[in-house]
Ligand binder design. Structure first.
Ligand SMILES: [Cu+2]
Length: 150
């Protein structure tokens, strides 16, 4: 009987140990940036998921392909014109996800020091208010449909 209880306890322990470990903190997924040329600007898109129980904030990003990386949001004005403006940070609510996508939030790379061709991969570091940086290897892609929306 003791062996059985021990086995049940061990299984329960494994279950507890495995689940939270896989889903904790902030996860970046589906990240890519638009292929572009040296001297141009480009934008990076991704999905940020906060698996944690505390609010955090994306406060910036950096990369060696440019000295200027900004967080931007594209909005439509009263005349239906798209315009983008910098945002100081992006709040990541507890247990929620934030989409960075064309026509909305994006990470703006200003004045590329090098060409970014389809298939190139660059390192991007995301900076957060409450947690350590996340370093991503981000592929350059061509946008589906050839749209060039910021
Ligand atoms: Cu922008």
């Amino acid at each position: 009987m003791r062996k059985i209880w021990f086995a049940i306890f061990a299984i329960a322990l494994i279950a507890v140990a495995c689940q939270p470990a896989a889903k904790e903190g902030i996860e970046a997924r589906d990240y890519w940036l638009r292929a572009s040329a040296a001297g141009e600007n480009t934008a990076m898109y991704m999905l940020l998921q906060n698996h944690g129980s505390a609010v955090d904030e994306l406060i910036g990003a950096s990369s060696n392909v440019t000295d200027a990386v900004e967080l931007h949001k594209t909005t439509m004005d009263a005349n239906g014109m798209m315009q983008m403006s910098p945002v100081p940070s992006v709040v990541l609510d507890a247990d929620a996800e934030v989409h960075f996508e064309p026509g909305g939030l994006h990470v703006m790379f200003i004045g590329l020091k090098q060409d970014l061709k389809v298939g190139d991969k660059i390192q991007v570091t995301l900076h957060f208010k409450n947690r350590e940086d996340i370093v991503l290897t981000v592929p350059a892609q061509e946008e589906a449909g050839g749209m060039h929306m910021p």
